[in-house]
Structures are given as structure tokens and as C-alpha cells.
Design a protein around this ligand. Structure first.
Ligand code: SAH
Length: 261
């Protein structure tokens, strides 16, 4: 049973936290509208169609491939993926592939979002760090299970858009920061779980340092130009224990990590 079972839409606001490079003013007005009111007239029909597609996605693409964690399946069936993608691809939001989200970036295939979330073995209430906010969708899925989510995006435009989407949809426990996730979010450490949604050649040391004892970090590790191995790192007695899940292809992590050998 989910910690969030029976809960209404979370009412708080997603906040954007800035580091050294300030973003331009958000220019976003919080309208206080719920999801149903968001798309205007005819929405309940649209919302119903989208909910049906989401249900089919969870059954056909996720549960059928072996993701069985009820908290993950519930979150995937609740979070409206179609409200995290650009208008021109809304119709394809529940199909079995990644989609472009602008700025040369992509939102992952739903199955990969579910699988990575399942790899964290969340029970509810945890503090989670994500590197690579993108559209904010993965953060929203985490936000339905965990206690709080801190997510970092290096692209200022995407960070701003994701913060606005999360705020509009009422994900008050998800906090977005524009910056380089290579350095983690030291003020909020330690984290019970971490997820990196961009390909990296190595585990950024600051992330492992900010992982709580017993915590799990999921990251696509390997050659950022070709493919990576989805890797689960568990911290026990301060040491990393490595498990490998399957081969994946992610967009490369940029920023500080490129300066390293
Ligand atoms: N999780 C996202 C998809 C991520 S795509 C979603 O649900 O939509 C990978 C994202 O990682 C891109 O938006 C890219 O800009 C971001 N990224 C790449 N390098 C990064 C870094 N060093 N720190 C933070 N974000 C980074």
C-alpha cells in the first residue's frame, strides 16, 4: 500500500533553487488549477483517454516486462506523462519509446523510468536526489513514492520548464535546481537514494559521498557515445557494491565530468 494512498493532489509548490548562475526570472504565474482544469474544455474526456492509455502502458510495457513493485506501478499509472512532453508529441506520450523534450534532450522510455525507479527499492518517505531533471517526469514519479525529491538540471531552460510543470501539477515535494549535478546537492545530503538519468563514464565522487549508508544509486555507466550498463551502486560500510541491470542508451552527462580523464 502506498504511503500516498488516499491522498489528494499535493498542494504545495515545486521550488526552483539557484546556484551561482542565476536563471532569468521564472515569469510563471501559478494559476492554482488542478490537472483536470489544466487543458480547458473537453478535458475530462482527454484526461479519461490519457488515463486509459496510461493503464495500458503500465500493463503492457512495464508489468509485462517484469517490474512488479506495486509502488512503482501505482506511481506510473498516476503521473500524467502527457503533461510533461511538448504539445506536438502529446499523442505519443504513452508509447514505448523516448520522446524529444527540446534542447536536444529526451524523456526516457516509460519502461526505463519504471525500471530505474524499481531499482531504488523505495518504500515511501525517503529523500531522493536526481541528476538530469529534463522534463521533470522521472522526478514526479519519484515524488509519488518518496518523501522528497531534489533534482538538478544543467540546462537552465529545461530546469525552468520542469519547475513550472511540477508546480502547476502540484508536486510540492519535488525541488528543482539549475546546476551541475556532478557536485550533488550537499546542503540536503545525505540522500537515501539517487538516480542519474544521463550517461556517465564513472560515478561522480560527490554523489557517492552524499549517499546515505545503505543507500542506492542508479546510474547508466559506460561509454557515453555508444551504450551504457544500467548500474546499481549500494553503499555498505562506506564502500560501493556494484550490480548491473541491463544495457541502455542515455544522452551524455555534460559539465564538470567532461573535464575529467
Ligand atoms: N529524467 C528526465 C530525462 C533526462 S534526459 C525526464 O524524466 O524527462 C538527461 C538530462 O540530463 C538532460 O536534460 C540534460 O540536460 C541533463 N544533464 C546532463 N548533464 C547534466 C549534469 N551534469 N547535471 C545535471 N543535469 C545534466
Amino acid at each position: 500500500m502506498s504511503l500516498f494512498a488516499g491522498e489528494g493532489e499535493p498542494g504545495g509548490r515545486a521550488k526552483i533553487h539557484r546556484r551561482a548562475n542565476p536563471l532569468s526570472p521564472l515569469g510563471v504565474i501559478f494559476l492554482g488549477l488542478g490537472i483536470a482544469a489544466f487543458a480547458g474544455p473537453g478535458t475530462s474526456q482527454t484526461a479519461g483517454t490519457m488515463a486509459a492509455r496510461r493503464k495500458a502502458m503500465v500493463a503492457g510495457q512495464i508489468a509485462a516486462r517484469g517490474v512488479r513493485d506495486p509502488l512503482v506501478l501505482k506511481a506510473m499509472s498516476e503521473v500524467p506523462r502527457h503533461l510533461f512532453v511538448p504539445a506536438d508529441v502529446v499523442d505519443r506520450a504513452y508509447e514505448d519509446y523516448p520522446l524529444p523534450i527540446g534542447e536536444g534532450q529526451t524523456i526516457s522510455q516509460p519502461y526505463i523510468v519504471a525500471l530505474m525507479t524499481a531499482c531504488l527499492t523505495l518504500k515511501g518517505g525517503e529523500k531522493v536526489l536526481e541528476v538530469g531533471t529534463g522534463s521533470g517526469y522521472q522526478a514526479a514519479v519519484l515524488g509519488r513514492i518518496a518523501g522528497s525529491v531534489f533534482t538538478i538540471e544543467i540546462n537552465g531552460t529545461l530546469a525552468r520548464q520542469a519547475a513550472a510543470t511540477l508546480e502547476r501539477l502540484g508536486f510540492g515535494n519535488v525541488h528543482v535546481r539549475a546546476g551541475d549535478g556532478f557536485f550533488g546537492w550537499p546542503e540536503e545530503a545525505p540522500f537515501d537514494a539517487m538516480i542519474v538519468t544521463a550517461a556517465a563514464p564513472e560515478i561522480p565522487p560527490a554523489l557517492f559521498a552524499q549517499l546515505a549508508e545503505g543507500g542506492r544509486l542508479v546510474i547508466p555507466l559506460g561509454d557515453v557515445q555508444t551504450y551504457q550498463r544500467l548500474t546499481v551502486v549500494t553503499k555498505r560500510d562506506g564502500k560501493p557494491y556494484i550490480g548491473q541491470v541491463l544495457d541502455v542508451r542515455f544522452v551524455p552527462m555534460t559539465g564538470e565530468i567532461l573535464k575529467k580523464k
